[in-house]
Ligand binder design. Structure first.
Ligand code: ZN
Length: 289
């Protein structure tokens, strides 16, 4: 064999080997399970973990625990203008709901915040997960600048694909809480982007839907509704694959009637009574299954 050909074969041998390895890998690879999503949860390092709030209610740890999240807080006011700003309205509603649940007994309750403090979105559901909560409800109030006629409550569950453009807009608005002037806060982007919720976890999804429908059932006819059906969108605060979670847009701060209602003692009491009924109905169903 002429020497140049020998040399060429010698050089070609490693390439052929690599080619064979790639082909074998393709052929022998384990077929995927068919899921588009993987569950990969990277929690923030321990040093960054916020303190856990006190659990109120029965000492019996077998009692169901609901974690109530008052949306926004601290330097993040949410929607609306002073004095009717979202972070104050949601805190008032969250406390009223907690008190209502504690008064009737049987359910343990914790708030992600009970004062005017800032929490990152993953910290909110993170608190609930660390407490082993059975249910998570995040309370908000919507706003549209262009239309002060829009009003009423909506209930949302998590979905990568929103039910509508309005839902997508709202999720983008609420998810912006973790940015300052468009810049993602330190540590957030990793934590958030790493939470790829496995939507095949249908049980949690089904329970969230069930709870959302119970809220709509209780409030219809008693509070103004913006959407009669459960809505869904990609809310960061709801990205908890193993804990039923809903986001309750209690009304529109951009609507003067809604804002006055949400800020009044009477409006808070109505909200608290109806939402507490939905929570009790939800836990009653769970214990019957
Ligand atoms: Zn909000």
């Amino acid at each position: 064999m002429p020497r140049p050909i020998q040399l060429a074969l010698l050089l070609a041998a490693p390439l052929a080997l690599i080619g064979a390895m790639v082909a074998a890998d393709r052929l022998l690879a384990v077929p995927s399970r068919g899921y588009d999503y993987v569950e990969r949860i990277v929690l923030p390092p321990a040093a960054h973990e916020v303190g856990l709030p006190e659990i109120k209610g029965p000492l019996d740890a077998s009692r169901p625990l609901v974690v109530i999240d008052a949306g926004h807080g601290g330097y993040d006011p949410g929607a609306g203008t002073e004095p009717l700003i979202e972070k104050n309205l949601t805190l008032g509603l969250a406390k009223a709901l907690r008190d209502e649940l504690l008064e009737r007994g049987g359910i343990r309750v914790a708030l992600t915040r009970d004062d005017d403090r800032f929490l990152l979105l993953p910290e909110r559901s993170g608190i609930a997960r660390r407490l082993n909560a059975d249910l998570f409800i995040s309370i908000h109030a919507d706003s549209v600048e262009s239309n002060d006629q829009a009003r009423g409550a909506s209930v949302y569950t998590l979905s990568e694909r929103g039910t509508s453009e309005t839902a997508a807009r709202l999720a983008a608005q609420e998810n912006r809480a973790d940015t300052i002037n468009g810049v993602q806060l330190a540590g957030t982007s990793d934590a958030v982007s790493a939470i790829l919720v496995d939507l095949s976890q249908r049980e949690t999804q089904a329970k969230s839907q069930q709870f959302a429908r119970l809220i709509l059932r209780e409030i219809s006819g008693q509070m103004k509704l913006h959407d009669r059906e459960v809505q869904s969108a990609a809310f960061v605060v709801l990205k908890t694959p193993d804990m039923p979670s809903v986001l309750f847009e209690s009304g529109y701060v951009s609507n003067p009637d809604d804002a006055a209602m949400l800020a009044s003692a009477e409006g808070r009491a109505t909200f608290a009574k109806l939402t507490a009924q939905a929570i009790r109905a939800y836990f009653a169903r769970q214990s019957n299954q």
